[in-house]
Design a protein around this ligand. Structure first.
Ligand SMILES: CC(C)(COP(=O)(O)OP(=O)(O)OC[C@H]1O[C@@H](n2cnc3c(N)ncnc32)[C@H](O)[C@@H]1OP(=O)(O)O)[C@@H](O)C(=O)NCCC(=O)NCCS
Length: 257
């Protein structure tokens, strides 16, 4: 029902003429009679808008629900660079997040990457709640072979959030904070081999059809898992090439399912 269709009843107000007034007058009466409802609607609208615009505004394509953090979480979860002292806790996060079959292998990969000189510069961020580490993301250096132009490139691998705090936006917060910090250091392209339903929420798009070959062939049915995001406008389309990761990540076992 549109506002012009609202039936007005009861005593006339001196400034409005009940059922015979203009649309403005009718609206005026309705607003006065329903002032609690209008206040409530206004407050709800403002809250919804704030939730929808929550986070740090990095990617305009994002889904509001993906970035939802309760006010409590928003105050408590902090993202910071990891230090050598965080190594053991970071391993535990990966073991718990990836499970006992795959977890130890990923944890070993992460500690290996910290010691791989060809992975540098790398960016390792942790999500901290109180004094507990709850999430970790790692970006390491990548380069191009078979390219016309060099580009400052990184690859995101791995990302993990403790199972009991998943789906609260912590993974998204780690990705966004990582991308912002990479932009600040002049990185132009970021690659990821990951869930094709997850990373596009944070701006990643399929890389294969943009001219970026993965270090090892990706089976056709998983082509969407190889993704890229440009952090500098116009790089995709201008620079193409075959990606080479740091020595450890460039091993074929990390590119099989
Ligand atoms: C993937 C992971 C890091 C996401 O962390 P998170 O803090 O839960 O992520 P967010 O809260 O930002 O996003 C949650 C959303 O992503 C979705 N999501 C999580 N994992 C997903 C996956 N594997 N594929 C598709 N969507 C996924 C959730 O369903 C949720 O969707 P919703 O918002 O519609 O409910 C976490 O689930 C995890 O550690 N998983 C195990 C390790 C892993 O698979 N790492 C990624 C390797 S590429």
């Amino acid at each position: 029902m549109g506002i012009g269709e609202i039936r007005l009843s009861g005593a006339k107000r001196p400034d409005c003429d009940g059922g015979r007034g203009t649309l403005f007058q009718k609206s005026c009466v309705w607003l006065v009679r329903h002032q609690h409802l209008t206040q409530w609607l206004t407050v709800s609208f403002v809250i919804l808008k704030l939730v929808a615009e929550g986070g740090n505004g990095f990617n305009s394509n994002r889904k509001a629900s993906t970035y939802w953090l309760s006010p409590k979480k928003e105050q408590i979860v902090k993202i910071r660079k990891s230090s050598a002292l965080d190594g053991a806790e970071i391993e535990k996060i990966h073991i718990k997040a990836f499970g006992k079959d795959k977890g130890p292998e990923i944890a070993d990969l992460v500690s290996g990457l910290f010691n791989d000189k060809t992975a540098s510069p790398l960016l390792s961020l942790i999500a901290v709640e109180g004094d507990q580490l709850i999430g970790h993301i790692l970006f390491t250096k990548a380069t191009f072979t078979q390219t016309t132009e060099p580009a400052s490139t990184q690859i995101l691998a791995p990302l993990a959030v403790l199972p009991d705090v998943q789906r609260k936006g912590v993974g998204g917060q780690l990705i966004e904070e990582g991308l912002i910090r990479l932009i600040e250091t002049g990185v132009e392209l970021v690659f990821v081999l990951g869930h094709p339903d997850y990373y596009p929420r944070y701006g990643f798009i399929p890389a294969g059809n943009k001219g970026y070959e993965a270090p090892y062939p990706i089976p056709e049915e998983h082509a969407g898992a190889w993704m890229v995001q440009e952090l500098s406008a116009g790089v995709i389309g201008r620079i193409t090439g075959k990606v080479r990761c740091c020595d450890l990540l460039n091993q074929p076992e990390h590119w099989r399912e």
